[in-house]
Design a protein. Structure first.
Lengths: 682, 565
């Protein structure tokens, strides 16, 4: 009688979901997060929700956490020493002179200053050694210099060392040798080697990734250790797994040796859950809409797979790691609306949890998205699940003040706030889809998070989307997404080689080495089907940006010709950019991926409360489709059995979220319990 | 406000509500973003995809900038003139058609030099011309007397000139023109790839813009544009009104005209009154025989860029911000040259002009501004690789030390605002494709200006040639450092040295096609940022911390901050 436990730690709440693998019974829980003692909050919510036997019986503990990210955000990481090739000591601080970050911020900021590097200059030491781009050694490693560095690090109480030598992707010998010399010289702490952390070229980005790895290591490692030992004390005997930025999970043991892989796992679990839903519902193209208190996160899923990028930035620091491409904009339930010289702004400022929206009555005075929704009746309630009584009049008064500045009546202002917030979200959705050549109109919208189901109708109309999916436990969906992840481990290396017979021979050798590298990492003993996959990052010669193409392996050998792979690349290029070139193709990097599917759990069973005898309840709310106030049917989510049908205007209520279903949408309940809404007007 | 404008505004208000206008503003920025994404991912030259040396924007049918891509501010303030000139040229003849793609690199239209090739695509809705997308991006070679020149004496030595010609007519490529363009460059594959990327990016942006117009209707869209531009204008006027009205001047020096070392001082006068500003550069030296002349439309763009940095906290530039800005130039001067005066180095006097405007405004409000920035040093190299193929590449910027401000020390090096979206090279990427080894790219101790808040340090950059190659160097600020504020010291100046294999060393400020033999080393010492406040006010513990970290040597610290010892 095994169970599977998923716990997702967010900024405000810690969400729990427990699945009984045989009966399919689901238990959910929610508690406040505690950034100062994350593991205690996790165990607290666990103890409050399920009894010890459920923990004892658990086969898997699946976890999503922001501990690594918090260490970066709050600058509470290790004291790190950095060894670089001599002459590149300041690579981390020179940062390629970047002013404008990947989100386009700081373009005009004349007083902008670079963030303090994670390693201060006196702990960044240059070592005489040099490898050229083709891997040949130009200058042997100065071992004495490394010994001297070790004594500096000892004197300065350095906890972790990062080593980034130029061109180590082409020949890692010097990084390995330097690590060995450090050990011989008595350095006992963890050492992060850039070729093992990333293996991809671009010295600044690789150095940044390696240093982040070293910097968050004690925080992540200590946290996972404490959490695991706490669980063991509760007689947990299963496997502990943690979500990575790439949208799979790793054993705690491996994550402790590669902590940077978990840095951006926050919004990823929802995308993984959406991916499973795509498979169940056979959705070839889907877009997620995860609306929380301060942000809107969206991700595109093609053939059920979330889009993955291979480089991104966290608080201005690049990370070279596979990374589910979840795009975030500052628009959520708490986003503040304001008048700006005759225009209406919504976000990115947020009222957050404190003071929160005006209607919470906790001192908020500026109208938020939630206030607008409340005054329009879209939440169909006057108390929150927590028992908080909503002050609808105060919300309306705040919107009236906003409207006055814009020449709008209070209701026009409220509608405007929702439309502008919706336009911001729709802009992010258009960006993620059009960037890869997909048309959002042919996608399904999967809405979750506290306010996602509230916005789904508006977003679908704005984008011309005809199908909306509101999954089970939409308010806790990120925790749900944890439960059915695969264990995914990967390693990559930049090789810069022509895609021809010779290039494939080289790539094949590298793939073999990368799988050996994966085998040598700390890992768990997992049951489940293991598959080996390979990917090439390909480009036209002269271009820099690559597209990632999966390559078929058979018994570790590449089972395709260069022409077949090049053909698939050209197809993808054309699909993405609208044209193709008739020239050679280059392999920039090669990636080895090992995927272990956890054993299938039973389909969750949903307890349905029979609502047949109950008289329908009605609430008045504004319909954006009808452009007037209408009567909305109020439906309790737990009364909806698979196969049930309903139609908008309706509001579906459940503990952690509210689905606003506008006129013109008709709904059915899928076997999984997900609500499928179809636009009958479009 | 007179009666006509008032009634016009009432009409606008009637035609669009503030909510729809706000939604349309989001749509404009999203459309510009799509241009950038497409450009980055499809360009062939690293100078475009990696360094992002290109700018672009969307325009309405009245050539007003609606939103720009987040790359090179100094590029986009001039593109509207380029779009207008193209329209006017064709207006008297065949006109513009759906599917046309126009190529322009005439510096007197684009505002910079022939290497910056602009691609313009007109957008039609139901047969009506309603908008334009334009992208100007730096191409590596346009058939000048060398891949890059600093000693040209007229426009014709600076590459092939495209005065605004249709590469595509109604969707069909003009193969005669295409072959002509590719025959006039040493790097035809790169030129073909980049032109195609620029056109594709323009189309992507226009597609999004046209969808927006179609959705809201042309009338409502254009009313929204008025509201959006008016809001931006109001913001600029508010910011200008925060500055004390008055007349401020700054004198700066351009050091070299490309042919010879010659000091070219000029005064910039800034007049602030009634929420508007006038920049007067009529004092500029006469147009030079060498290529340090900046066409007037480029100078307008530089002025807009300087003022935008003062007015915008977030969001995008648009035409509304430009309305309260006036420029006075003197025809025949460096800042208003007449064709065919050479323009290859047009950007350099423009960087200095931005600095002069900043210094003048700092007199009114020192706490509003940082001191002077180091300016970039550009190196362009070319040669034959081991297989005998021609290659060319450039290091556009190796410096960029920021100055201190009233709020603290200058931090790590940054792109100056005029080119704020650019990124420096990755040296591993560079080594993978050019026959060079980077020996050093580190901070130089004692390079920053000393003061209460010190400037950012300069960089010592050394590269060794593994094969014979040719080199063009463009280096300003080799004698006059960037300005300091409130009694701070200036930092060191830029310096470029070439060490021959036999040990001889030559210094260069501007040189074209210098032969660099295998084994020679090119050394660039980039300038340091200027300081804010007098050095004697810097606390001793901060001085000692800089010594510990190696930003200062012990001797350097004693010389600059004797009070700390």
């Amino acid at each position: 009688m095994a169970t599977r436990i998923g716990i997702d730690v967010g900024g405000t709440f810690t969400d729990l979901i427990v699945l009984d693998e045989e009966s399919g019974e689901i238990t959910v829980g929610k508690g406040p997060s505690n950034p100062a003692a994350v593991d205690q909050a996790v165990q607290g919510v666990l103890a409050a929700t399920v009894d010890r036997s459920a923990v004892e019986r658990a086969g898997y503990f699946l976890h999503g956490t922001t501990v690594g990210l918090n260490a970066l955000l709050e600058r509470k990481g290790a004291r790190v020493g950095l060894l670089t090739t001599e002459g590149f000591r300041d690579v981390l601080e020179i940062r390629r002179l970047i002013r404008v970050d990947e989100r386009g911020e700081h373009m005009w900021d004349r007083l902008f200053r670079t963030p303090e590097p994670l390693v201060s200059r006196s702990l960044r030491l240059g070592i005489r050694e040099r490898v050229l781009a083709d891997g040949t050694v130009r200058q042997p490693l100065d071992r004495a210099g490394v010994v001297e560095a070790a004594s500096t690090f000892a004197r300065e109480d350095v906890e972790c060392v990062a080593i980034m030598f130029i061109n180590s992707h082409a020949n890692p010998e010097h990084e390995l040798e330097a690590a060995e010399v450090l050990r011989e010289a008595g350095f006992a702490g963890p050492v992060s080697l850039s070729h093992l952390v990333s293996g991809q070229y671009r010295e600044y980005e690789r150095a940044s990734t390696t240093v982040v790895d070293a910097y968050v290591r004690p925080a992540v490692s200590g946290y996972l250790e404490r959490l695991e030992s706490g669980l063991r004390q509760e007689a947990f005997a299963g496997e502990c797994l943690i979500t990575t930025s790439a949208g799979g999970c790793l054993s705690f043991a491996e994550a402790r040796s590669r902590p940077f892989e978990t840095a951006m796992s926050g919004p990823v679990a929802g995308a993984v859950g959406a991916s499973k839903l795509c498979a169940q519902l056979r959705l070839p193209l889907a877009i997620t809409a995860d609306v929380g208190g301060t942000s809107f996160d969206t991700c595109l899923l093609v053939d059920g797979r979330p889009r993955v990028k291979y480089e991104g930035e966290v608080v201005g620091m690049p990370l070279q790691t596979p990374w589910v491409d979840v795009r975030s904009v500052g628009a959520g339930g708490g986003s503040i609306a304001s008048a700006d010289r005759g225009l209406l702004n919504v976000g990115p400022r947020s009222a957050g949890a404190h003071p929160g929206p005006v209607c919470y009555g906790r001192g908020g005075t500026e109208p938020t998205v939630t206030d607008a929704a409340v005054t329009l009746g879209m939440l169909a309630r006057d108390t929150l699940a927590s028992g908080l009584k909503l002050d609808i009049e105060a919300a309306a008064a705040a919107l009236a003040r906003l409207g006055e500045q814009l020449g709008l009546d209070p209701e026009q202002a409220a509608r405007g706030v929702l439309r502008v917030a919706g336009a911001t979200m729709a802009g992010a959705i258009r960006a993620v889809s059009i960037e890869v050549g997909e048309d959002p109109r042919s996608a399904a919208l999967i809405a979750y998070g506290g306010a996602g189901p509230l916005f789904a109708s508006l977003l679908a109309r704005e984008l011309g989307i005809r199908t909306i999916v509101i999954p089970n436990y939409a308010g806790n969906f990120s925790a749900w997404g944890l439960l059915e992840q695969d264990v995914v481990r990967s390693a990559a290396l930049t090789i810069v080689s022509r895609l021809d017979d010779g290039g494939l021979v080289r790539a094949e050798r590298v793939i073999e080495q990368l799988f050996e590298q994966l085998d040598s990492r700390a890992q768990a003993n997992l049951q489940g089907t293991v598959t080996h996959e390979a990917e090439f990052d390909l480009r036209y010669p002269g271009q820099e940006y690559t597209l990632t193409v999966p390559v078929t392996l058979a018994d570790g050998r590449i089972a395709e010709s260069p022409q077949e792979i090049a053909g698939r690349f050209a197809d993808l290029y054309e699909r993405t950019y609208g044209h193709r070139f008739d020239v050679d193709v280059d392999i920039l990097s090669v990636r080895a991926v090992e995927r272990t599917a956890l054993p299938h759990a039973a389909r969750p069973r949903h307890s349905i409360v029979d609502g047949a005898g109950r008289a329908p309840r009605i609430a008045r709310a504004y319909s954006f489709a009808e452009e007037k106030w209408c009567e909305f049917e109020l439906i309790a989510r737990e009364s909806l059995a698979p196969g049930a049908q309903f139609a908008g205007p309706a509001i579906v209520m459940e503990a952690t979220t509210t689905s606003y279903i506008d006129a013109g949408l008709s709904g059915t309940v899928h076997d999984s319990g997900a609500l499928i809404l179809t636009d009958t007007l479009a | 406000m007179d009666a006509t404008t008032e009634s016009a505004q009432l009409d606008r208000a009637a035609a669009v509500d503030p909510v729809t206008a706000s939604i349309i503003r989001h749509g404009l920025d999203a459309a510009a973003d799509q241009m950038l994404v497409t450009l980055k991912r499809t360009a062939f030259s690293p100078i475009i995809y990696d360094v992002l040396d290109g700018g672009g924007a969307l325009y309405d049918r009245r050539f007003r900038m609606l939103s720009q891509i987040q790359t090179l501010p100094m590029f986009t303030g001039s593109l509207g003139f380029c779009v207008q000139a193209t329209f006017e040229h064709y207006a008297t003849g065949e006109g513009l058609q759906d599917g046309d793609v126009i190529v322009v690199n005439d510096p007197y239209l684009t505002g910079t030099h022939q290497w910056d090739v602009a691609v313009i695509v007109p957008g039609f809705l139901d047969g009506e011309l309603v908008a334009y997308a334009a992208i100007k991006a730096h191409q590596l070679d346009v058939g000048a007397l060398a891949p890059f020149v600093s000693n040209s004496t007229d426009l014709f030595q600076e590459g092939t000139i495209y005065p605004g010609v249709k590469l595509f007519k109604a969707g069909r490529r003009d193969d005669d023109l295409y072959r002509t363009i590719l025959s006039n460059t040493r790097l035809p594959e790169s030129a073909a790839g980049d032109l195609s990327a620029q056109a594709g990016a323009c189309r992507a942006g226009l597609r999004a813009l046209l969808e927006l117009i179609e959705r809201y209707g042309l009338e409502q869209f254009e009313s929204a544009v008025e509201v959006i531009l008016d809001a931006s204008e109001a913001k600029m006027r508010e910011r200008l009104a925060e500055l004390p009205p008055g007349h401020y001047t700054s004198t700066m020096v351009h050091e070299h005209n490309g042919l010879e070392q010659v000091m070219l001082p000029f005064e910039v006068a800034v007049e602030i009154a009634d929420g508007a500003i006038t920049i007067d550069v009529t004092d500029a030296p006469p147009a030079q025989p060498g290529p340090v002349n900046s066409p007037r439309v480029g100078v307008i763009s530089a002025m807009r860029c300087a003022m935008m940095a003062l007015a915008i906290d977030d969001g995008r530039a648009n035409e509304g911000y430009f309305r309260p800005l006036q420029l006075r130039t003197r025809p025949g001067s460096m800042f208003d040259p007449q064709r065919p005066a050479p323009c290859a180095l047009a950007s350099y006097p423009m960087y200095i002009l931005i600095e002069a405007i900043n210094e003048a405004i700092a007199q009114a409000r020192p706490e509003h501004m940082p001191g002077g920035y180091d300016m970039c040093v550009s190196l362009v190299m070319w040669g034959l690789d081991a297989a005998g193929s021609f290659w060319a590449d450039s290091i556009n910027v190796v410096g960029g030390a920021p100055a201190a401000a009233a709020y603290g020390d200058g931090g790590g090096p940054l792109m100056p605002i005029g080119i704020s979206g650019l990124r420096g090279m990755s040296w591993e990427v560079w080594e993978a494709k050019t026959p060079m080894v980077v020996e050093q790219a580190d901070y130089a101790p004692d390079s920053a200006g000393a003061g209460r808040f010190r400037g950012g340090p300069g960089i010592d950059f050394v590269v060794t040639a593994l094969r014979d190659m040719e080199l063009t160097v463009v280096n300003e600020r080799s004698q006059v450092p960037p300005f300091a504020l409130a009694g701070g010291d200036t930092g060191r100046c830029n310096q470029v040295l070439v060490h021959a294999p036999d040990g001889t060393v030559e210094q260069h400020t501007k040189v074209t096609g210098l032969h660099v033999p295998e084994g020679a080393r090119i050394e660039v010492r980039t300038g340091g940022g200027a300081a804010f406040g007098p050095p004697e006010q810097r606390p001793a513990d901060e001085v000692r911390a800089d010594v510990d970290a190696g930003y200062l040597t012990e001797a350097g610290a004693r010389a600059r901050y004797p009070h700390a010892f």
